[in-house]
Design a protein. Structure first.
Length: 106
């Protein structure tokens, strides 16, 4: 949100319409709560929930239910490495290849 406010400030825009999709929708809802005076309106498309973790724990659960357990374990391992700064670009692509089919329920 600080980045969004900085962009508005740099553009000289006192107020603006805020549009967000998915995680951006989640952030837009929080921006509406914290900075209502900076918004002309809010458009959100398929946002994550406006809960403290943005619905990330539910999303992770739903995605891993849709893939084989050994692949879910591998995806968690890759994510854990990334979160401590030890992941590589190849790890990112491998993890995405594992979880991406779960977004469509395939």
């Amino acid at each position: 949100m600080a980045d969004a406010i900085a962009v508005l400030d740099a553009a000289g825009a006192g107020r603006a319409y805020v549009i967000g999709h998915s995680w951006g929708g989640h952030l837009a809802m929080h921006m509406a709560v914290r900075h209502p005076g900076r918004m002309l309106g809010l458009v959100i498309v398929d946002p994550l929930g406006a809960v403290p973790d943005g619905g990330a724990s539910d999303m992770e659960h739903n995605l891993t239910e849709r893939i084989r357990p050994e692949l879910a374990a591998r995806a968690r391992e890759l994510d854990e490495r990334a979160m401590v700064g030890q992941g590589t670009a190849e790890d990112t692509l491998d993890g995405l290849a594992i979880v991406w089919p779960g977004y469509g329920g395939e």
